[in-house]
Unconditional design. Structure first.
Length: 179
């Protein structure tokens, strides 16, 4: 009976670990690729404020810096994307800070049928020690002071990263000759 139980538990562990394992980017041998965590700088075309903006709102963003692989621009600056507010939470009491999270869709590369997924952008503001002291002093020593709401003005830059290695489906020499 114990052997059956151990075999069953082993099978379940193996099954669930393969089902829930993080997907790995498979890169063909020798192909050019955009590395995971490549920095992406975007300009936003809307004022953002966690007090007034809501989850699900759309924001136009534009890539401000070329993504270059082996000397070839694979995602040019000026690439536009329609981002979505994934979360917008205003600040709360006890110094709880507000948060804005932005989902940017996968960016098209110059290589047909190849897109680069982006990581979610999180905007938040940290309180300075002077603000905490002032909040405590104003509220008579209690901890009922409000946190800070993140804001970004239209034209501000935000930073994201490539979420996983992106195989461009060709060798670096072929990429250079085609693009």
């Amino acid at each position: 009976m114990k052997k059956l139980l151990i075999l069953t538990l082993t099978f379940i562990v193996l099954l669930t670990s393969s089902v829930f394992a993080a997907p790995k980017a498979t890169l063909s041998n020798g192909n050019a690729y955009i590395p995971k965590n490549t920095e992406l700088v975007f300009e936003i075309f809307k004022d953002l404020d966690s007090r007034y903006d809501h989850k699900g709102e759309f924001i136009n963003v534009e890539l401000r810096k070329d993504v270059v692989v082996d000397g070839v621009v694979v995602i040019p600056s000026g690439t536009m994307a329609l981002a979505v507010l994934a979360k917008s939470q205003k600040s709360g009491l006890l110094g709880k800070r507000g948060v804005i999270r932005i989902n940017i869709p996968a960016l098209k590369t110059v290589v047909p049928n190849v897109s680069a997924p982006c990581k979610q952008v999180k905007l938040s503001e940290d309180m300075e020690p002077a603000q905490i002291i002032a909040g405590v002093a104003v509220t008579g020593g209690s901890l009922l002071f409000k946190g800070i709401n993140p804001k970004r003005e239209k034209g501000s830059l935000i930073t994201s990263k490539i979420a996983q290695d992106v195989d461009l489906g060709m060798t670096p020499s072929r990429l250079k000759s085609r693009y």
